[in-house]
Write a protein that binds this ligand. Structure first.
Ligand code: MEV
Length: 320
């Protein structure tokens, strides 16, 4: 028997970092996915392999450690945490493949966590639904990162475009939003846990400056929600640019991210900003009528990913 699951990457449009302090956020699932397969191992070892991420490890699911056989497993802590919580520690063979660049700010860790948990629940025949899965995946992210909002895991589980309110109320945005975005990413990875902690330190040291910034970021999200429903690209772009400035204030910008953000604007994007935790990773640019110009401009020095929003969230099944 083989248990299989996949979950989508996400793109945060508004609210990264401020969402950690209960401000609202808007994010959408995109058409790049992480895939996990689990089957019984007939040796006495549990092995995790990823051909496309180019690593192989022997897992110690009880002690949450691993022995490296090949490559560099950036995402392993999320998988070990999920296994430790759900798996009975019998030997398994796990395959991971991902279309999402790891550390890109597109929610690779959430997608891998959601897909791993869903595959494990299938493997052990444990009943679950999207609500319980999103909750458990959030617990895994929190355990690994120290602090995490439920945003990434919610989007990866449910799919679609999502608004998370100040009271952490999850609201699927029922709108066909096919805005033309380009994603630019650097090969410098961001570390979400570290970025979230750095922002907290800055906030604790300068509460009178940073608290109003975080509140303003929440207000941006709420204005953006209205603009999204009106499909007012000009307003969305303006709000993206302001939001990027605030993310810079929070210290999560880097020279590479800045380069991509401004290149995108020079090439015709009406808005561009960091997406995700920053410190490396990705930017998004809204570029109606200018997709090719912006993609070409960014790809002169960095990488471009073409993504589309998708309604498809987690999916899982068993094959005998
Ligand atoms: C990371 O994709 C988004 C952050 O807001 C962290 C979180 O929400 O847990 C930076």
């Amino acid at each position: 028997m083989k248990a299989m699951a996949s979950a989508p990457a996400k793109m945060i449009l508004f609210g990264e970092h401020s969402v950690v302090y209960d401000e609202p956020a808007i994010a959408g699932a995109v058409n790049k996915r992480a895939f996990v397969e689990i089957k019984k191992s007939y040796s006495n070892k549990s092995i995790l392999r990823s051909f496309d991420l180019k690593f192989e490890v022997e897992l110690d699911t009880i002690n949450k450690t691993y022995t490296l056989k090949k490559g560099k497993p950036g995402i392993i802590r999320y998988i070990l945490e999920a296994l430790n919580r759900v798996h009975d520690h019998t030997p398994i063979l796990m395959n991971l493949s991902s279309q999402i660049p790891i550390g890109s700010g597109l929610g690779s860790s959430a997608a891998v966590t959601v897909a791993t948990l869903a595959a494990l629940y299938r493997y052990h025949n444990i009943r679950f639904n999207k609500k319980s899965l999103a909750h458990d995946a959030h617990m895994v992210e929190q355990a690994v990162q120290g602090v995490a909002s439920p945003l990434d895991t919610l989007v990866s589980t449910y799919g679609g475009l999502v608004y998370l309110s100040r009271k952490k109320k999850f609201e699927p945005l029922k709108i066909n939003f096919n805005a033309p975005f380009v994603v630019g990413y650097t090969t410098k990875h961001g570390n979400t846990g570290k970025m979230v902690k750095d922002v907290r330190t800055l906030k604790d040291k300068n509460p009178k400056i940073i608290n109003p910034v975080i509140t303003a970021m929440g207000n941006i999200t709420n204005y953006a929600k209205q603009a999204i429903f009106k499909k007012d690209y000009k307003k969305i772009g303006e709000l993206m640019n302001i939001n990027h400035g605030f993310l810079d204030v929070l210290g999560v910008n880097t020279p590479e991210l800045s380069r991509m953000v401004y290149t995108a604007r020079e090439c015709g994007a009406i808005g561009s900003k960091i997406t995700g935790a920053g410190g490396g990773g990705s930017i998004i640019a809204l570029c109606p009528g200018k997709i090719e110009d912006v993609a070409e401009g960014i790809s002169r020095q960095d990488n471009v990913l073409r993504v589309k929003f998708t309604k498809r969230g987690v999916s899982s099944r068993v094959r005998w």
